[in-house]
Design a protein around this ligand. Structure first.
Ligand code: FPP
Ligand code: MG
Length: 298
């Protein structure tokens, strides 16, 4: 069901009439298309829903192109990232092309949808800015972490669910809440996988987030449980390249404190809250999305 979305995204880029843009676009790794799946499962496979899905996925792809520049990432989904292969300028401009094309196509959708999606992209950008600022020092505050992941990740998923419900004449409030909790759970699992997955599966070094200065939920839970001496030791690793001994120490503390397990349980709780929001809607296929997302390994 995603082929039509994929084809439409390509058509949008093709319609620009610039062979270089299309050539580069084809090198962007495709990803899981979670947002498109969500939209089609809520709204059904109507032409409007496919249009919305293509817009949201173009915007999401653009945001990752910029994110890889910001994070100086060499890879995306295990393959060379656009910034690494072609330089930051190309990655930023390709992001701008995808982003502005997505917004042009967004203007053909109902105003309520256009506003919601456009507004979520502002939140996305504020969230990314917050993420960058937070990397300056270890952040022990859970509220700040959740505010940042809401904006950076959950807001576009929330807007996708709202918009799909709007197109289908469903209860937008319930679906928006489903989307928000799904988005939060998704980011928590992403943060867990940075710790539990092998670098081969992730396509980036293990414990990369902490090296990049990101204090994610498992680190927050671990920090809570450590004594003063171990807290100091953990802080000394913040934002640094870790050797095998350092990584092993951090991993052993994750085990001792149960911080990874607690994070997974929290993601599951968010998953249940998402399902609770739409419990009267009779949509078993949305339960599957939550399961797939929480049980994934990359
Ligand atoms: C990935 O985070 C980043 C995002 C989900 C949002 C990025 C948003 C922007 C760059 C601003 C919006 C820009 C445009 C053009 C719409 P991560 O680094 O934690 O995840 P990763 O491991 O997948 O890189
Ligand atoms: Mg990144």
């Amino acid at each position: 069901m995603l082929e039509q979305v994929e084809a439409l995204m390509r058509k949008h880029i093709e319609s620009i009439g610039d062979s270089k843009s299309l050539e580069l676009y084809e090198k962007v790794p495709k990803g899981k298309r979670l947002r498109a799946k969500l939209i089609l499962r809520i709204a059904g496979q109507t032409q409007e829903a496919i249009e919305l899905a293509s817009v949201v996925e173009l915007i999401h792809a653009a945001s990752l192109l910029h994110d890889d520049v910001i994070d100086e990432a060499d890879t995306r989904r295990g393959v060379t990232s656009i910034n690494h292969a072609f330089g930051n300028m190309t990655a930023i401009m390709l992001g701008d092309i995808l982003y502005s094309k997505g917004f042009t196509k967004l203007t053909y959708l109902p105003t309520e949808v256009a506003r919601k999606v456009a507004n979520s992209v502002t939140k996305l950008s504020v969230g990314e800015l917050l993420d960058v600022e937070l990397a300056n020092a270890f952040n022990p505050n859970q509220d700040i972490y959740f505010d940042m992941i809401y904006k950076k990740t959950a807001s576009l998923i929330e807007a996708s669910a709202f918009s799909a419900a709007f197109l289908a004449g469903k209860d937008t409030k319930k679906y928006a809440l489903y989307g928000k909790n799904l988005g939060l759970a998704f980011q928590v699992i992403d943060d867990v996988l940075d710790i539990t997955s092998s670098s081969e599966v992730l396509g980036k070094p293990a414990l990369n987030d902490f090296r990049e200065g990101k204090t994610t939920l498992p680190y927050l839970y671990m920090y809570e449980k450590l004594d003063v001496k171990d807290r100091e030791k953990l802080l000394s690793y913040f934002g640094k390249d870790l050797n095998k001994n350092d990584s092993n120490w951090i991993k052993s503390k994750f085990n001792e404190t149960g911080a990874v397990k607690k994070s997974i349980e929290y993601a599951q709780k968010l998953g249940h809250e998402a399902l609770d929001a739409i419990k009267d809607e009779n949509v078993p296929q949305l339960e599957k999305i939550i399961k797939e997302m929480i049980e994934r390994d990359f």
